[in-house]
Design a protein around this ligand. Structure first.
Ligand code: 4NP
Length: 158
C-alpha cells in the first residue's frame, strides 16, 4: 500500500520546514498513521546542511531528533512526487505556485496554517533572525496545524 506523501516547504529548509517534517512524523505516529515525509526550501543557499542548531535543540526538548535531516532546494518534480505540499508563508506559496504547470499541481499547495481554524496568522514567522522564543512558536503553531491537517486527512482521505 502506498502512503500519503507530504512535503513541507519554507525558505531555507533549516528551520521551519524540517521542524514541520519532524512534527508531522510525531503527530502522525501518535495517530497510527504512516506518512512519507520530506522538506525543502524555495532557496538553495543551505542545501546539504543539517537543521539550524536552535531548531534541533528545541525539537530535542520535545523528544524529537531532526539532526539527520539535510536541506535541499524545492524542485518542479516535487509537484508530481508529493500529494500535499504544505508551505510556511506567503512568499513560499507564491514561489511554489509559480512553478506549477496545471491545476492538479496547484491544488496540492496550501499554507500549512490554513488547516488550523483558530490560527492567529496564516504564516509561520521565520525564526532565523530572532531568539529562541521564535522556535517555540513555530513548534506550537505547526503542531496545531499538523493535528488539524491529519484530522482532515482521516476524515476525507481514508
Ligand atoms: P527557514 O529559515 O526558511 O525557516 O529555514 C531561514 C533560514 C535561513 C535563511 C532564511 C530563513 N537565510 O536567509 O539564510
Amino acid at each position: 500500500m502506498s502512503h500519503i506523501k507530504v512535503l513541507t516547504v519554507c525558505l531555507g529548509n533549516i528551520c521551519r520546514s524540517p521542524m514541520a517534517e519532524g512534527i508531522l512524523r510525531q503527530t502522525a505516529s501518535e495517530r497510527g498513521i504512516t506518512l512519507e515525509l520530506d522538506s525543502a526550501g524555495t532557496g538553495g543557499w543551505h542545501a546539504g546542511e543539517a537543521p539550524d542548531r536552535r531548531a534541533q535543540a528545541y525539537m530535542r526538548s520535545q523528544g524529537l531528533d531532526i539532526s539527520g535531516l539535510r536541506a535541499r532546494q524545492f524542485r518542479k518534480e516535487d509537484l508530481d512526487a508529493f500529494d500535499h505540499i504544505l508551505v510556511m508563508d506567503r512568499d513560499n506559496l507564491r514561489n511554489v505556485l509559480m512553478l506549477c504547470e496545471n491545476e492538479a499541481q496547484r491544488a496540492k499547495v496550501r499554507l500549512m496554517l490554513s488547516y488550523w481554524n483558530e490560527s492567529p496568522s496564516d504564516e509561520v514567522p521565520d525564526p532565523y533572525y530572532g531568539g529562541d522564543e521564535g522556535f517555540a512558536l513555530v513548534y506550537d503553531w505547526v503542531r496545531n496545524a499538523a493535528q488539524a491537517f491529519l484530522h482532515t486527512f482521516e476524515a476525507h482521505e481514508r
